[in-house]
Design a protein around this ligand. Structure first.
Ligand code: NQM
Length: 359
């Protein structure tokens, strides 16, 4: 199949991430052709992504592919693709709850879903995991309005709220079947509420957990140790060999410092998140609530209500989360909801780097 020389594309900020949004129909259907095209769109591999749309960080090198859904539970299908920055690699092995915030508005902009007169709810099937979410956002007069009063940490200014609700989880929250596992001599909790995550007490790594992301990334001894922990945890979580993949994420947890429930630093997995992913936060929130988890004793859980504040390097993420027991005695997420914002940055035609000069 041939690769197009130009493609219709919308650049959007979704939560604290930024990505290129495409209709599936505007991309090649063959995966290898599509992925090779997306590398040229984003300007990968190149640490600066100077010749493409990518922003030289995993959080700004993302793609959403949206199409009408054949599932009666959803309006649209959303496939998330992580385009590596300095490797020629496109991965569908994880979801992204931040880009998810832009999917509803994009679906309305492209005419896949009719807008309501005040607000619109779009039911999304997340193709990567088969999970569902409903995003609700303002559409006064039948047009998406991105402006509003909602602030989220990690994004300057204010914008319209995109409220994202996740239905009760279908899967067990503890993929290893254990509340704690010992990996690389450290007790961790492996949890998955939409994002496979390994919770690690910062103290066990002899750090405070408040360090700057750059300092953590440049601590070679720490990153080598975390690499080994991740590989071992990946096997325990049933993910196989996770070398070179983006899941599981590693979240270092420590006591809250600013009135929230916990302080976090999340490796995604080589770079440190400047905030925290949405589904990453959903997994951390569920993990905090599991009695006996390595995070439970560290966390300051509110006495009542579902809302938890997760502190991270650029502020906090508030997330509503509750868990319960399955009839079989396992643990699952009962409810997860989060408020994000999103914004259309440009809509037009992107010109991928031509297939010459070593690409
Ligand atoms: O966890 C980054 C992000 C993400 C993923 C990452 C995300 C999520 O912040 O739902 O949003 O963990 O790779 O965009």
């Amino acid at each position: 199949m041939t690769s197009p020389a130009e493609v219709r594309c919308m650049l959007m900020r979704g939560g604290t991430s930024k990505g290129a949004y495409f209709l599936a129909d505007d991309l090649p259907t063959e995966e290898s052709v599509r992925d090779e095209l997306l590398l040229r769109v984003m300007g990968s591999p190149d640490p600066r992504q100077i010749d493409g749309l990518g922003g030289a960080h995993p959080l700004t090198s993302k793609v959403a592919v949206v199409s009408p859904s054949a599932d009666s539970e959803a309006d649209v299908d959303y496939l998330f693709l992580q385009v590596a920055v300095d490797r020629a690699e496109v991965s569908d092995r994880q979801n992204c709850g931040n880009l998810l915030a832009g999917v509803g508005p994009f679906a309305v902009e492209r005419g896949l879903v009719p807008a309501g007169t005040d607000e619109t709810s779009v039911r999304v099937r997340m193709v990567n995991s088969g999970d569902f979410a409903t995003a609700t956002f303002p559409t006064p007069g039948g047009r998406v309005d991105y402006s509003g009063d909602t602030e989220i940490s990690g994004v300057p200014g204010r914008a319209a709220a995109v409220v994202i609700e996740f239905p009760p989880g279908r899967d067990e929250l503890l993929p290893t079947g254990n509340v704690r596992d010992t990996v690389g001599g450290i007790e961790v909790t492996c949890v998955d509420n939409g994002m496979p995550t390994v919770l690690i007490p910062a103290e066990a790594l002899k750090i405070t957990g408040q360090e700057d992301p750059k300092d953590l990334e440049s601590n070679r001894e720490l990153t080598a140790r975390l690499h080994d922990i991740r590989l071992a945890a990946g096997h325990l979580m049933g993910l196989g060999d996770v070398d070179g993949t983006t899941v599981p994420k590693l979240t270092l947890v420590s006591a809250p410092r600013h009135g929230g429930a916990v302080t976090t630093r999340t490796f995604i997995p080589d770079r440190v998140h400047t905030s925290i992913g949405v589904l990453g936060a959903a997994s951390v929130a569920a993990g905090l609530r599991i009695e006996g988890s390595v995070a439970h004793g560290i966390a300051a859980l509110p006495d009542e209500g579902d809302r938890l504040r997760i502190e991270h390097p650029s502020g906090f993420t508030d997330i509503e989360s509750s868990i319960d027991r399955t009839p079989e005695g396992g643990l699952r997420a009962r409810r997860t909801a989060v408020v994000r914002t999103a914004r259309k940055i440009f809509d037009g035609i992107v010109f991928p780097v031509p297939r010459t000069g070593g690409h």
